[in-house]
Structures are given as C-alpha cells and as structure tokens.
Design a protein around this ligand. Structure first.
Ligand SMILES: NC(=O)c1ccc[n+]([C@@H]2O[C@H](COP(=O)([O-])OP(=O)(O)OC[C@H]3O[C@@H](n4cnc5c(N)ncnc54)[C@H](O)[C@@H]3O)[C@@H](O)[C@H]2O)c1
Length: 360
C-alpha cells in the first residue's frame, strides 16, 4: 500500500492506494473515528460487483451501513437524484456525523460528494473510487457537483473527503475504453509535470495494459501525488490548478461536437495532441518530443488522428467553453515533456489552423 497526504490545513486527509484495500475500509473508518452507521451511495453496476465486499468490510469492524443504489450514468448527476438521496438519508436517520461512502466512478464521487457537502451543511465524506479516472483524477481535489441539463458541473462546491481509499484491484472489471479514460489523465500528469514519470509510462505501458498490480499501484500513486500538489497550491482553482486542464479545452469541444459519442479520455487525448502540435508551432516543443507524446497516446489505445468533424463546429464549441474569458483563451502548452505552462498567446486562428492541417 502507498499513501498520499493531501495537505490543506484543517481539511488535510490521506489517499490510500493498493490492491484489495476495499477490505480495509471498516478498519480505516474505525481508525478515523467514523463509527456512526454509514450510508453507502453507489450505482447498480458497482453495487453488484463490490457492494457486498464493502459491507462485509464494515461489519467485520462492527460497523453498520445502509446502501443507496442509483442507476448508472451521467444523467444521475442531477439535483433530482440529489433530492431523492436527501430524502433517503432522512429516512435512515442520517445525522451530522453520518459518513457517506461514495463507492463509484466520477459520477458517484461528484454526486455523493455534493450530497455530503450539502446535507445538514456537511457530513463526513469517504471516497472509494472504482474507475481509473476516479482514482487518478475526479476523487482528488474536492470538486463535487451536479449537472443542470446540458450545463455540466454547474451546481457544486469544494468539499474535501475525510479519507480516500483507492483499491486498484477494482479497475480490473472496467472495459478497455474506461481504462483509456483514466490513462489519458495519467499520461497528462507525466506531460505537464514529470519527465521521469513520462519515461516510466513509455517503458512500462505494456505492464499497465496488462493491469499488473505493482505498476497500477505506482501510476495511481504518482498521479494522485501530482494532482494533490496542484490542489495544495490552489485549492479553489484560481490559477495554477488550470494546468491540470492540459488538453481539455479542445477535448471538451470535441466531446460536445461528437455528441458525447467520443469518450472523455479519447477527446482529451486528441486535445493533448492538438496542444502538443500548437506548442511545436510556437517553437516550444521539438519534433522528437511531440512524436514521443503521440506514440505513448497511441500505444495506450487512445486516438491521435482527428476524426472528420466540422472544424467550424469545433471552433464554436471552444468559444463557448468556460475557459474563454474576455476574448482570451487561457491555454495550456508544453515547453518540454514534463513541463507545462499557462499561455495567453494561443489565438483561435492558431487553433483552427492546427485542426485544419492536423497531419502536417
Ligand atoms: N470532480 C472532479 O474533479 C472531476 C474530474 C474529472 C471528471 N469528473 C466527472 O467524472 C465523471 C466521469 O467519471 P467516470 O469516467 O469514472 O465515469 P462513471 O462514474 O460514469 O463510471 C463509468 C461506468 O463504469 C461503471 N463502473 C464504475 N466502476 C466500475 C468498476 N470498477 N467495474 C466495472 N464497472 C464500473 C459505472 O457503473 C459506469 O457505468 C463525469 O461526470 C465528470 O464530470 C469529475
């Protein structure tokens, strides 16, 4: 097991990472003095796979829990579902000290986190992320939210968990596409912050794809550590934390234009490829670094060739993106592998030219 301490003054907490850790949740709750009857919030798919294991881990330590199971999918990240969950919490007599255990991917983490942040002005939250994306990204940093129609994550809060338990064995039941969603973020961490980690990914990608325990534990650990350091510097996302959006400006636009047929990871991979190409055009990144970057994405099963979308539609979607303020785009570029910068030099024309001449 490895651990990452997220240092946020009174809101500091640990992320524990390892194989089989779901069986230790009961023990960890007792250690953290979270002994009140817990509420597990999860979705039906995850409940079938891991609901019983989690409940047994609690009962082994004399802890009780009620399970609130919702259907899977982004559509559940809504005020309506949050409303239903508040009702169910009241029915099981949840009170101020009742821990909410968010057992799931980013959807459950964001929704259950939002419910934990708001029910009775806040009850203790424990994140138990079950997707690679949630383990390396969405469960870290305290952003919890629900969507409102097409407006994603528009109603939310910053709310840190008391504890996060990332059991890397759980990701073995994910599809390759879902692993790819997480891998796009893992590769992003190497590209923005850590050249050695990037080289590690290049070297051990086959072991990662085989979901080797030791390798998975290391990449989740290093990714969590990198994200945690950004969050510590800029908890409320007012500056430096923007760097974590590397690849996301164009990525979000592609996701929208594909009508969400493209997965988040696929879109972010293309967004990072585009940002790499723009970095090269601005003489920041050399050709060999760009080709190493594209190769790793490819080998991880992520796309690097632009699908035949309408470029004007992509440009429109970029302009609607929230990261565009006062006509200027805060764009993240890479100076070298492992070194990202926030730039305001990137114009919409430059993005368009890059998309139009993708294979240049
Ligand atoms: N809060 C943040 O900082 C942050 C960051 C990035 C993304 N997000 C949010 O995360 C969400 C996407 O998260 P996601 O990619 O984890 O998707 P998800 O939560 O929808 O999970 C994907 C699917 O996998 C299933 N699943 C989950 N764990 C499983 C497992 N171990 N085995 C088999 N199936 C499993 C789920 O039932 C679901 O159908 C989006 O809503 C996004 O907005 C939040």
């Amino acid at each position: 097991m490895r651990s990452v301490r997220v240092r946020l003054n009174d809101n500091s907490y640990d992320i524990h990472i390892g194989a089989g850790l779901i069986k230790e949740v009961g023990h960890l709750l007792v250690e953290h003095n979270l002994r009140k009857k817990a509420v597990i919030i999860t979705d039906a798919t995850i409940d079938k796979l891991y609901g019983d294991v989690l409940e047994h881990s609690l009962s082994a330590w004399g802890l009780k829990a009620s399970r609130q199971v919702i259907p899977p999918g982004e559509a559940q990240k809504s005020l309506q579902t949050a409303g239903k969950l508040y009702g169910r919490l009241a029915e099981v007599y949840a009170e101020r000290g009742t821990p909410i255990l968010a057992l799931g991917g980013g959807v459950i983490g964001d929704l259950a986190g939002f419910v934990a942040a708001t029910y009775m002005r806040g009850v203790p939250l424990v994140q138990i992320p079950t997707t690679l994306l949630a383990q390396v990204d969405s469960s870290i940093g305290g952003k919890v939210a629900v969507d409102n129609g097409r407006l994603k994550n528009i109603i939310g809060a910053f709310y840190q968990p008391k504890l996060t338990v990332a059991d890397i064995s759980l990701v073995k039941s994910l599809s390759n596409r879902e692993i790819g969603d997480g891998m796009a973020e893992v590769i992003k961490y190497g590209l923005i912050q850590d050249n050695q980690f990037f080289s590690y990914l290049e070297r051990d990608l086959d072991k990662i794809k085989a979901l080797d325990d030791e390798t998975l534990e290391y990449i989740v650990y290093r990714s969590a550590e990198i994200k945690a350091r950004f969050v510590e510097e800029d908890e409320k996302d007012t500056g430096l934390r923007n760097i974590l959006n590397f690849g996301h400006t164009i990525g979000h636009a592609l996701e929208t234009v594909s009508d969400f047929k493209m997965s988040h990871g696929e879109a972010v991979a293309l967004g990072m490829a585009a940002a790499g190409k723009i970095s090269r055009k601005l003489d920041m990144l050399d050709n060999s670094a760009l080709s190493r970057m594209l190769q790793v994405l490819n080998r991880a099963g992520l796309p690097t060739g632009l699908p035949g979308f309408d470029i004007n539609a992509i440009m429109q979607a970029i302009q609607h993106d929230k990261k565009m303020s006062q006509g200027k785009l805060r764009f993240i570029l890479v100076r070298s592998l492992g070194n990202a910068v926030i730039s305001d030099e990137v114009t919409l024309d430059l993005i368009k030219e890059t998309l139009l001449n993708w294979n240049e």
